[in-house]
Design a protein around this ligand. Structure first.
Ligand code: JCK
Length: 248
């Protein structure tokens, strides 16, 4: 997968050099290109923003630098291909595991993290005439810009790419991943030592009885989901019900 990121803060994306994403880049599983938006400004002050038409707070990112930057990204990318443009925004569709799975299936993603009050709308509308555009939000809170959202999205997507997670890890039982535990949160996890500060590991986990362990983990996941995300329980129950219906 090729990933391009256009930003006025390329250094904000330094975490893409470490850990899971960094290793995937070193192995050639990810090809990441960072672009400083100011490289496409034409004035001495390298201006990327201006006041909003219609008034209102803050500044808006000018269309010219973004248009030129996206032109350059398309020109530098694989011949005859276009990226999916991912635009982090508070008003976007929720960035969920499902959307991460969808984007993990694309061969080329271009991220456009904005700052200020966002990008002039015409940039997105014009881009949508020549590539798929996904406007997505990582959660119901307000950030100061889109770069941290890019870090979140790239990590969630990268770990789904074949071979990126080692054999010792798996996204099979992730929260929200398809399958028996779909839509349930993870249950508790334990490792050695068996006793720590007077607290013991649940006996069932030491039993070696895989059926009992699996049932215990499902019960724990259900209890945790009921406590922290009751909204997911109804979805899971409906899913489990549908499955029984289909098997009946
Ligand atoms: N993903 C994601 C995000 C973001 C996000 C993503 C990208 C940018 C670019 C700039 N900002 C700052 C900002 C802050 C408030 C507003 C709303 N204003 C109301 C009146 C006019 C706009 C617009 C932008 C961003 C925030 N925040 N939260 C998420 N889950």
């Amino acid at each position: 997968m090729r990933i391009d990121v256009v930003t006025i803060f390329p250094e904000y994306l330094d975490p893409l050099n470490v850990s899971l994403v960094g290793k995937a880049r070193a192995r050639g599983q990810l090809d990441v290109h960072l672009h400083d938006l100011r490289g496409w400004t034409t004035d001495i002050h390298r201006t990327v923003d201006d006041t909003p038409y219609g008034g209102g707070p803050g500044m808006v990112m000018k269309p010219e630098p973004w248009g030129a930057a996206l032109d350059a990204v398309l020109a530098q990318g694989p011949e005859g291909e276009v990226p999916t443009l991912v635009v982090p925004t508070p008003s976007g569709r929720p960035f969920t595991q499902e959307l991460a799975q969808e984007l993990a299936g694309r061969s080329w993603l271009a991220f456009a993290p904005a700052r200020y009050e966002g990008i002039d709308r015409r940039v997105i509308d014009e881009a949508a005439t020549r590539m798929p555009v996904v406007e997505a939000s990582i959660g119901d809170y307000v950030l100061a810009g889109g770069e941290v959202a890019v870090l979140v999205m790239v990590e969630a997507i990268a770990r789904l790419l074949p071979g990126v997670l080692g054999n010792a890890e798996s996204h099979r039982d992730d929260s929200f991943a398809p399958g028996a535990m779909a839509d349930l949160l993870e249950g508790p996890v334990y490792t050695k030592p068996a006793e720590w500060r007077g607290r013991e590991v649940p006996e069932v986990l030491l039993s070696g009885h895989h059926g009992k362990i699996a049932r215990w983990r499902r019960e724990q996941a259900f209890a945790r989901t009921l406590a922290n995300r009751p909204d997911l329980v109804s979805r899971w129950q409906l899913g489990a019900f549908d499955k029984k219906e289909r098997e009946a």
